[in-house]
Design a protein around this ligand. Structure first.
Ligand code: XLS
Ligand code: MG
Length: 344
């Protein structure tokens, strides 16, 4: 049965345009105002970093954090929005300079874990059972400074403690091969799934696949999705696009390679993604050159492209495709796909 998709994005996807080489070029928009854009852009779900929901949370008590998060839940309710997930931000505080769960200093590791527990509290207050772990600084700058075997043990230990802290919460690891680190310890979906099986409750550890991160790892995002789906672990996605292996570009979905985007949509559509409550999440950046009023188009455009690709997938001539596969006529199959993408 053809599914109906629900879309989400995080408030960081609407931003002033600052990059490592220059300052913001657009006015900052408040969180409250960003929330009012969701519905008009076609989105019902909000992805959160813990401190998107509760700014300055390191200065607050656990109770204060929960109270503030509950107030945000009321804001969401008023606007008819839902929280999709909460991700602990473990890459800005001074105590996460050397990593979060894999920092060499045990006090810094303890901070990372405490912060993650507060993120779980926030998720509960916002009414979601999903935590996304983007393991930003869990990697190395130089090989010799850290120990890859010990790092995996530390990640398992941290996950076990989080699993124990809340027996209902699920954890989706978002793999990324590099940036900000030279090398990440959990660079691909395979690594993330492997890590899940080392924990005390593998059923509650899955993945968030970001298209750009797979491409940065030299992999095809739809194959990564297939791998996660085979394990029953594709719990959310961060769709976007990426022009080759360089810095993380977070381009509009399909903007670089429409065929690659089509194959991601086909994979999701084939396996009824979304039918068990999964959201179609986007993680896209507006071009820095974009003027303020137009700096949300990357979101609505990504959604539109996704839905147009769904239509294309549903119109595929499956019978001919099956015949061409049987005949092993992959040249003809390729032409069929290209013609289909060209609207022929
Ligand atoms: C960065 C990540 C980040 C996460 C959320 O590369 O994609 O935006 O998705 O923390
Ligand atoms: Mg992402």
């Amino acid at each position: 049965m053809a599914g109906v998709y629900r879309f989400s994005f995080g408030p960081w996807n609407i931003h002033g345009g600052a990059d490592p080489f220059g300052p913001a070029v657009r006015d900052e928009i408040s969180f409250a105002e960003k929330l009012t854009y969701y519905k008009e852009l076609g989105f019902d779900g909000v992805q959160f970093h813990d401190d998107d929901a509760v700014p300055e949370m390191n200065d607050l008590s656990p109770q204060q954090i929960q109270d503030k998060a509950k107030a945000v839940k009321r804001q969401l309710d008023d606007l008819g929005l839902q929280a999709e997930f909460v991700a602990p931000r473990l890459w800005e505080d001074a105590r996460t300079i050397d990593g979060g769960y894999t920092a060499n200093d045990p006090e810094c590791r303890a901070y990372a874990l405490e912060r993650s527990k507060r993120a779980i509290d926030i998720a509960n207050a916002l009414g979601t059972d999903l935590i996304v772990l983007w393991l930003a600084r869990e990697g190395s700058t130089i090989r010799e400074a850290k120990n890859a075997k010990a790092a995996v043990d530390q990640l398992v230990e941290a996950l076990n403690q989080m699993l124990e802290y809340d027996p209902k919460m699920r954890f989706a690891i978002e793999p990324k091969p590099n940036e900000p680190m030279d090398q990440a310890y959990i660079p691909t979906t395979g690594h993330a799934v492997g890590l899940a099986y080392l924990t005390q409750d593998p059923r509650r550890v899955g993945v968030n696949i970001e298209s750009a991160h797979a491409i940065l790892a030299g992999l095809d995002p739809s194959d990564e999705m297939g791998y996660a789906l085979a394990h029953g672990k594709l719990w959310t996605v961060h769709l976007n696009d990426q022009n080759g292996p360089k810095f993380d570009e977070d381009k509009t979905f399909g903007a670089v390679d429409l065929r690659r985007a089509f194959n991601q949509v086909w994979m999701l559509e084939r396996y009824d993604y979304g039918q068990h409550g999964e959201w179609v999440g986007l993680d896209v950046k507006a071009m820095r050159s974009q003027k303020s009023r137009a700096a949300t188009k990357h979101l609505s455009n990504s959604r539109t492209i996704f839905l147009q690709l769904v239509e294309l997938v549903r119109r595929l001539d499956e019978k001919t495709i099956r015949r061409l596969i049987k005949e092993r006529d992959y040249e003809e199959l390729e032409l069929l796909i290209l013609n289909h993408l060209l609207g022929q």
